[in-house]
Design a protein. Sequence first.
Length: 292
Amino acid sequence: MTNAVIHASVPMKQFRCPNGLRVWNAPKSRHDTHFLFKEIFERHCYEQHGISVNNGDVVLDIGANVGMFALSLMERFRDLKIVCVEPVPNTYACLERNLSGSPRRSLHDITLLDCAIGSTNADATIAFFPQMPSNSTLHLQEKRRHWERFSAEVTSSELSNLHRAFAFLPRRVFALIVKPMLKDARTIKCKIQTLSDTIRQQALGRVDLLKIDIEGAEIDALNGLEEQHWPLIRQLVLEIEPSNKHMLSSLVAKLGALGFSKVTVQSFAGGTVDIEDSKPCTVYALRTTGQQ
């Protein structure tokens, strides 16, 4: 089956971003697409606290979604090797269409993998939210609990960070908007493979940036990275869902022991992390230049 036929069979819509970029995503995902653009193209959420990308780098993008991070990198750098991993078939089709349609596609070595990443190779079921594709998860019940708490605790500034249209909404109104989005979940079978198997299959001699944003499965993903492959990772960016925040201290200690000289944890709103709240946080870890 050709890519054109596959794309035609998957419901998708093209959205225009503030910089003129046109991105394919699920038809009802306008708010989600806007949020991704703001986080990646404007805030550079994966490139903070010393994390940087250079021409010729190798980037392993776990949870690539529709390819917004890859598109951002392709636009600014040359000769990148990017491995994008996305398990949801509908989202994968958008990812493929977005990257193949980029005018800078030929300047980079791009590989797309249609699987999830976890602690072991296995079969699994992933939940896809047509209105919120970036929240697709292997842990559906935890995701629903997270959003229920978040809707009850979110502040006006945090709502604005999600989308400017939400900035002045009362929390109860926001909750009424989000609830049907979370109910509209479609479960899809997928394959899980480990990070180490991915590194072996792709013959990666180094990973200049490992980015993991997979909605609750992030610790499982790290558990699938064998000891022999940790020295290959120069920089790591990892979003931690609320259900995994209790493991932050041990994770930071582990990264230090593995030779990451700078490890920073940042909250959803950009401040100090509260492990008891309902917001995700992000871990940024890097090695000293030349360190392996």
